[in-house]
Design a protein around this ligand. Structure first.
Ligand code: ADP
Ligand code: MG
Length: 266
């Protein structure tokens, strides 16, 4: 069974893209088949995966506009990740889609034709509530929310929760919260601990135990077009994202065991 996870937060610079590529690579290393979908016109996930975002090939734009089958746009990378690339064409796609039919469902419909080839499909969202984000949240089973533990983080989170409720009401009733991930964490900072405590109070065990520390190797890796596990396997960043992948897999196993207790007992 494949799972589609949108990595979203309206706030920019909270490590959505870093999480999408590095969690994807860590899951691939654990023998899961992973597709990363770049829905951000900045194309940062595409570049971080080592792909030329301006290559003369169909990308997410052509897929949303139904000009190309998704199979023809997916690129396989050397590190075992498959990527549906994105670039500034996505902004054009968004404008053209404005009066298109089933405009919120284009990505979800396209993913249906490749979904059974993957265990995890991770969608990197832009930092806004655009039609691109709406397509991602409409296609997804769940949302993974990266956040920095700073004063305004909880305010941004309230907005995101409203967005998720609206998507559930209108285009995707099955959308769940996958988890909240604390990123770029600096343990020396008391504020981080306060915000962490508030998060735990609001979201309980949806907050991942894994915390991604601030680690310069994570910031360097994209300029080499490599996920952190390929760039510096022993860095604190690599270890943290491998830990997160383990936690994602464990949650999934636990949820299956809960859903089918009789089967699990056999
Ligand atoms: P978003 O996609 O939410 O805008 P990014 O993943 O692009 O955020 O991260 C913003 C910036 O912070 C990037 O330059 C990235 O390399 C850097 N970064 C992300 N996570 C970390 C981390 N844990 N430690 C240090 N730098 C990080
Ligand atoms: Mg990004």
């Amino acid at each position: 069974m494949s799972r589609i996870i949108a990595i979203a937060n309206q706030k920019g610079g909270v490590a959505k893209t870093t999480t999408c590529v590095n969690l994807g690579a860590a899951l691939a290393e654990m023998n899961r088949r992973v597709l990363v979908v770049d829905m951000d016109p900045q194309g940062h996930a595409t570049m971080a995966a080592g792909i030329d975002k301006d290559a003369d090939a169909p990308n997410g734009c052509a897929v949303l506009l139904e000009e190309s089958p998704i199979q023809d746009a997916i690129v396989r990378t050397e590190t075992g990740l498959d990527v549906l690339p994105g670039n500034s064409d996505l902004t054009a796609a968004e404008i053209k889609l404005m009066d298109g039919l089933a405009r919120e469902h284009r990505l979800g419909n396209a993913l249906k034709s490749v979904q059974d080839r993957y265990d995890y499909i991770l969608i990197d969202c832009p930092p806004s509530l655009s039609l691109l984000t709406i397509n991602a949240l409409t296609a997804a089973d769940s949302v993974l929310i990266p956040m920095q533990c700073e004063f305004f983080a909880l305010d941004g989170l309230t907005k995101l929760m409203k967005t998720i409720e609206a998507i559930k009401a209108h285009t995707n009733p099955r959308l769940e919260i996958e988890g909240l991930l604390r990123t770029m964490y600096d343990g020396r900072n008391n504020l981080g601990q306060d915000v962490s405590a508030q998060l735990a109070a609001h979201f309980g065990d949806k907050v991942y135990h894994t915390i991604i520390p601030r680690n310069v190797r994570l910031a360097e890796a994209p300029s080499h077009g490599l996920p952190i596990t390929a760039y510096d396997r022993d860095s604190r960043g690599a270890i943290a994202y491998l830990g997160l992948a383990g936690e994602v897999l464990k949650r999934e196993r636990d949820s299956h065991a809960e859903a089918a207790p009789a089967a699990a007992a056999h």
